[in-house]
Ligand binder design. Structure first.
Ligand code: NAP
Length: 304
C-alpha cells in the first residue's frame, strides 16, 4: 500500500452528527479535489455521519480509478437495546461492519480497516484475529487499531498482525511519547496521530478567545478554554520565525514536525474547505532542520 505522506482526515465528510452546517456538495467537491491532487489516502469512519462519510466516498469514487485511492475506515460504534451508543469489538460485529462498509464504499476491498475504539468485553487478540481472517479473504488489506491503551495494543498485536495504530497526538497532547511510540517503533507499526492541528488551534489563526455552537465538538474541548487556551495560542505564535525561515505558515511547521517522531510517516489533518487541503500540501514540501525540531520540541515540552 503506497500512500502520500499527507492524507486527509474526513471527520467532516457527511458528519452531520459531529458538526453543524455540513454541506454535502462542498464535501463532494473536497473529495474530487483530493482525488485530483497528490493526496491518495483518505480517513473516513462509520461514525462520521453513521455511514454517510463512506457513502459519499462510494458515490464520488465512481468517477475515479479505485486503485488510485487508499481508503482507511473504522468501526466499533453500535447501539444497545436501550438505543445507547456502545463500543463493540466482537468478531461478529467486526465482520458485519467490514461487509457493510464495503457496500457503502461500493468497492470490494478496504485498504486499511481499524477497530475505532476498544470495548470492555472482547479480548483484543480475538478482535484482531477476526480482522486477520478478513484480510486473508481479501476484504481488507491492512489492520489498524485506534484509541487502544499500550496494554490493549500489546494483546491485539500478539501475532504481529497490527499494521497501523491511530491515536490522539499533537504538540499539546503528547501522552503517547511516554509509552505507545516506543512500542509502535519497535514493532514496525505506523503511528498515525489524530487531531494533528488540535482541531484548528495549532494553525496559528487563533488569537482571541473563541466560542463554538453547542453542537460543534470543539465547544467542550479544554484546549479552547481559559488559561490553557492562552498558553497554547502564545506558544503557537512563537513558531512564526521558524515558519518565515521556510517561507511557509505556522500550520505547515506544526504538520511537518510530526515526521520527526518515531513511527510517524503519514499525517491526516482535517480540512473544512478545499483551500485548506491545498494549503496543507505545503507541509510536505520541506524538511525541518534538527535544530528547529528540537526548538519546537522544547517550546511544547510542558505538554509531554
Ligand atoms: P485537526 O486535523 O486537528 O484540525 C482540522 C481543522 O483545522 C479543520 O477542520 C479546519 O477547521 C482547520 N484547518 C485545517 N487546515 C487548515 C489551514 N491550512 N488553515 C487554517 N485552518 C485549517 O482535526 P480533525 O479534522 O478533527 O482531526 C483530523 C482527523 O483525525 C479527522 O478528520 C479524523 O479522520 C481523525 N480522527 C480520528 C479519531 C479516532 O478516534 N481515531 C478521532 C478524531 C479524529 P476550521 O476551519 O473550522 O478551523
Amino acid at each position: 500500500m503506497k500512500c502520500f505522506r499527507l492524507a486527509l482526515g474526513l471527520m467532516r465528510l457527511g458528519g452531520h452528527n459531529l458538526y453543524p452546517n455540513i454541506d454535502e456538495e462542498e464535501n463532494r467537491n473536497l473529495l474530487r479535489a483530493i482525488f485530483e491532487s497528490e493526496i491518495n489516502f483518505i480517513d473516513p469512519a462509520y461514525v462520521y455521519g453513521n455511514g454517510r462519510s463512506e457513502e459519499l466516498i462510494g458515490e464520488v469514487l465512481q468517477e475515479y480509478k479505485r486503485e488510485d485511492v487508499v481508503i482507511a475506515t473504522k468501526a466499533a460504534h453500535s447501539q444497545n437495546e436501550a438505543g445507547e451508543v456502545i463500543m463493540d469489538n466482537s468478531p461478529g460485529f467486526l465482520r458485519k461492519s467490514v461487509d457493510e462498509a464495503l457496500e457503502r464504499l461500493q468497492t470490494d476491498y478496504i485498504d486499511l480497516f481499524y477497530i475505532h475504539f476498544p470495548d470492555e468485553a472482547t479480548p483484543k487478540d480475538e478482535a484482531v484475529a477476526a480482522l486477520a481472517e478478513m484480510k486473508q479473504a481479501g476484504k481488507i488489506r491492512a489492520i489498524g487499531v485506534s484509541n487502544f491503551s499500550l496494554e490493549q495494543l500489546q494483546i491485539a498485536n500478539k501475532n504481529g498482525d497490527v499494521d497501523v495504530y491511530q491515536g490522539e497526538f499533537n504538540l499539546v497532547e503528547r501522552g503517547a511519547e511516554a509509552d505507545l511510540l516506543a512500542y509502535t517503533a519497535e514493532h514496525n507499526i505506523t503511528f498515525i496521530p489524530y487531531f494533528p492541528l488540535a482541531s484548528g488551534l495549532l494553525t496559528g489563526k487563533y488569537t482571541e478567545e473563541v466560542t463554538f455552537p453547542e453542537d460543534d465538538l470543539r465547544s467542550g474541548q479544554a484546549n479552547f478554554k481559559g488559561e490553557r487556551y492562552q498558553t497554547i495560542v502564545s506558544k503557537v505564535q512563537q513558531l512564526k520565525p521558524i515558519a518565515d525561515k521556510y517561507e511557509v505558515d505556522i500550520v505547515h511547521i506544526v504538520l511537518n514536525w510530526y515526521f520527526s517522531r518515531p513511527s510517524m510517516d503519514v499525517i491526516i489533518p482535517g480540512a473544512k474547505h478545499v483551500d485548506q487541503m491545498r494549503s496543507n500540501l505545503k507541509a510536505v514540501s520541506f524538511e525541518l532542520s534538527e535544530n528547529d525540531i528540537q526548538a519546537i520540541d522544547e517550546l511544547f515540552a510542558d505538554f509531554k
